[in-house]
Write a protein that binds this ligand. Structure first.
Ligand SMILES: [Zn+2]
Ligand SMILES: [Zn+2]
Length: 760
């Protein structure tokens, strides 16, 4: 044997994705000997042989890494040849496996799809086929290490044929934990609206026929139930809205293939990559004007949420219907997604006309993920299936800590070593079922990671569920962190940036350090020091939920600030003809007497107000509707701006929006189209952000600008800010792994607490 050896350590999502068989095949092909093994959080391999063979191995290694693997770190070092014969895949090292890298669920791979369609294959039309490159992972795991016995596949003993594949290092199904076939694996069944079983050997055919007939079908998917209807049938979609009590929020649509997706949305090459990626998320894209989708799918927004079938069952269902299907979480609005058959039969009764069930338990409740694209990369909106529990890799190692998240779009985040594990999207914690889901997921992660958090970090808001939950985290130290600072820390965690920067957090609302409601903040960032350096000018925010549900209320406050009470009343009557005059007068009185109002710098509420002023959203039926409508309108209009000023107020740079608001009001009263006003508003606000950030950057000697907060999900605003910053030779830092909205703040909280604990 030749005299050289190397050892390669690969970290990241590298287990359960076919890494060891890949190494085995490559080493054997290159005539090398050695071994490969899983260790906690990494794969380590040792290969030895001729120097020439080793270098061929190294050359082929990088490009050949299995598609579902996500390598965050790879190190190669010289090793001493051990004189081993052959190549072996060593059993997983179980000792001390606490922390591991369970992969996220992976969309069905091309090889499995070929078998699914092949009448000669024993898995022809088998809806649960998968291999080491694809299939369920996180959603079936009950505990660690990740082996079949500890997944919901334990209920299905493998047949001889499957066992042979599972044990053969050269097979595509070697150690594919959910490996199954029609002889031994899970099965589909159908039940009627009343839950009564229906006899059939073609459950998918029955479901497809029901959907084509306009029915609503509850489908047990990967992370829980989905409700499926024909996306080209407006009556069916409207029926779904009515039964699900979801009046206007757009629905995601699953398309049979990219070609049909292109009929409904503008899909560019980079979008295709995202749609076909192993995570297979819902991607928000610009809708086409003559789309085949029923108008009620998008509910007035010019975007379409599109995804492709990511399990064999979805593939088969879409093949049978041959048309796009609305696929929405199986729940009534605001509740967590249903996962169990019985749970679905009771909770979705009255919503679904038919149930397409299967007998493999969903262990981890997980919704579909939603992303946008910014540049060539993804920009997460909702991080769940396909991404969780892949960790965000931190720039260095830290003690165990946990960030508990906020109240809306909640997630939590455990830091362990140099990895930050975010939970799946849990949702709004105002309701008891979501709180139960939070606690259930929390306990799982705690156990799964064998975490012993030394510190827990919560939001500054005293009334959040997660703030109270901190007491129960069992940590020695409890930190609180202002909401918008947490947004910025989450970008720091993701990027590993450590230096001087300007931070911009544009958001809905968050509890501020001065008792005001923050939401349009500028910060001076220096390493882990974050100091408020500027903001949008405060305005009185009418209190309570009514202001969020009725954007005209926030608008009225801004009208009063810019035009005075009398003129505001006249303008409001003109702009909001459907709002009772009494309501307008009452609110003006409350604002005058400062009853139930708090000062706010919220950028999100500014969007609400302008959306109302333009007549796009005077009343809102879901969170974010007003700004989404406003962004939607901007797409088709020509550029323009309103004036703004940046005075210094009490040592802080302040974005004075009064001329901006005055401009929108006068345009709206002058009958200008909403699109034009919206476009001017976006352009103006973007330029205010760019000018303010560059002024702060200059005085701080910084070259980077961090952008976070839910308002930056608005890519119309974001892209203008990005290009404006680049024109001024400033480098923007944005989210790529966690959402800019409140789904990302648990990472920021955890990173902050980790740094505090590490620092003493
Ligand atoms: Zn596969
Ligand atoms: Zn089998």
């Amino acid at each position: 044997m030749g005299g050289a050896a190397i050892e390669i350590t690969v970290r990241g999502v590298v287990q359960g994705v076919g890494f060891r068989p890949f190494v085995h095949r490559l080493a054997t092909r290159c005539g090398l000997t050695g071994w490969v093994e899983n260790t906690p959080g990494s794969v380590v391999l040792h290969v030895e042989g001729d120097a020439a063979d080793l270098s061929r191995f190294r050359g082929l290694f990088g490009p050949g890494i299995p598609p579902a693997a996500k390598v965050t770190r790879l190190s190669v070092r010289k090793a001493a040849p051990a004189g081993v014969r052959g190549f072996t895949i060593r059993a997983s090292r179980r000792d001390g496996i606490a922390l591991s890298t369970i992969p996220p669920d992976i969309a069905t791979c091309p090889a499995c799809l070929r078998e699914l369609a092949d009448p000669a294959d024993r898995r022809h039309r088998y809806p649960f086929t998968n291999c080491t490159n694809c299939g369920p992972r996180f959603t079936i795991v009950a505990s660690l290490p990740y082996d079949r016995e500890r997944t919901s596949m334990a209920a299905f003993p493998m047949c001889a044929a499957c066992r042979k594949e599972y044990g053969d290092p050269l097979d595509r199904r070697f150690h594919a934990e959910p490996n199954a076939c029609p002889a031994c694996g899970p099965r589909l069944s159908v039940r009627g609206a009343d839950g009564a079983p229906m006899e059939s050997d073609d459950p998918i055919g029955i479901a497809a026929a029901a959907i084509l007939g306009g029915s609503i079908v509850a489908v047990r998917g990967l992370g829980g139930f989905q409700l499926a209807v024909d996306a080209t049938n407006d009556d069916a979609v409207r029926l779904l809205r009515k039964r699900k009590r979801r009046e206007e929020k757009p629905f995601a649509v699953m398309f049979p293939d990219l070609r049909s997706a292109r009929s409904a949305a503008r899909v560019e090459a980079a979008d295709e990559e995202i749609l076909r990626s192993p995570a297979a998320p819902v991607l928000l894209l610009p809708a086409r004007p003559r789309s085949p989708l029923a108008p009620s799918v998008s509910a007035g927004l010019p975007t379409a949420g599109i995804f492709l079938p990511y399990t064999p069952m979805h593939r088969m269902l879409l093949d049978r219907t041959g048309r796009p299907l609305v696929m929405t979480s199986g729940n009534a609005t605001d509740e967590p997604i249903a996962i169990g058959n019985d749970e679905a039969l009771s909770r979705l009764r009255g919503i679904a006309d038919l149930f397409l069930l299967h007998d493999r338990e969903v262990v981890q409740r997980t919704d579909d993920s939603v992303v946008r694209r910014v540049g060539r990369g993804i920009y997460p909106i909702r991080r769940a299936r396909g991404f969780v529990p892949a960790p965000v890799t931190l720039p260095r190692s830290f003690p165990d800590v946990v960030g508990l998240g906020g109240e809306l779009k909640s997630t939590f985040c455990f830091v362990k070593g140099d990895a930050a594990y975010l939970s799946q999207h849990i949702g709004d914690l105002e309701l008891a079922p979501s709180r139960d889901f939070y606690e259930e997921a929390y306990r799982f992660f705690l156990r799964f990671l064998d975490a012993r958090p030394r510190a827990a970090c919560h939001d500054l808001h005293p009334a959040y569920f997660t703030t109270a939950f901190a007491e129960r985290a069992g940590a020695e130290r409890i930190f609180s962190l202002q909401h918008h600072k947490a947004h910025l820390y989450s970008v720091l965690a993701e990027t590993g940036f450590d230096g001087k920067a300007v931070g911009v957090a544009f958001d809905g609302t968050g509890y501020g350090e001065d008792g005001a409601i923050w939401g349009g903040e500028f910060f001076a960032v220096d390493g882990m020091e974050v100091r408020r350096a500027g903001r949008l000018a405060y305005f009185p925010l009418p209190g309570g939920d009514a202001a969020v549900r009725e954007p005209w209320r926030t608008a009225l406050s801004l009208l009063r600030e810019t035009l005075g009470a009398a003129e505001a009343e006249t303008a409001a009557r003109e702009l909001f003809p459907d709002v009772p005059r009494d309501s307008i007068r009452l609110l003006l009185e409350a604002l005058e007497k400062k009853i139930n109002v708090a000062p706010t710098s919220s950028a999100g509420r500014l969007f609400d107000a302008v959306s109302a002023i333009c007549g796009l959203c005077v009343r809102s039926s879901y969170e974010g509707q007003a700004p989404m409508r406003l962004e939607g309108a901007a797409a088709r209009a020509v550029a323009g701006t309103y004036p703004f000023t940046l005075p210094e107020v009490g040592g802080q740079l302040t974005v004075d929006w009064s001329e901006l608001v005055r401009g929108t009001v006068s345009d709206a009263r002058g009958g200008l189209p909403a699109g034009t006003i919206s476009r001017r508003f976006h352009d103006t606000l973007a330029s205010a952000v760019v000018v303010a950030a560059s002024r702060l950057a200059e005085s701080a000697g910084a070259r980077h600008v961090i952008l976070s907060g839910g308002v930056f999900q608005n890519v119309t605003l974001l892209s203008r800010v990005l290009s404006g910053l680049r024109k001024r030779k400033l480098s923007p830092l944005i989210h790529r792994q966690v959402p800019a909205n409140d789904g990302g703040i648990s990472l920021g909280q955890a990173y902050y607490a980790a740094a505090q604990v590490a620092g003493g």
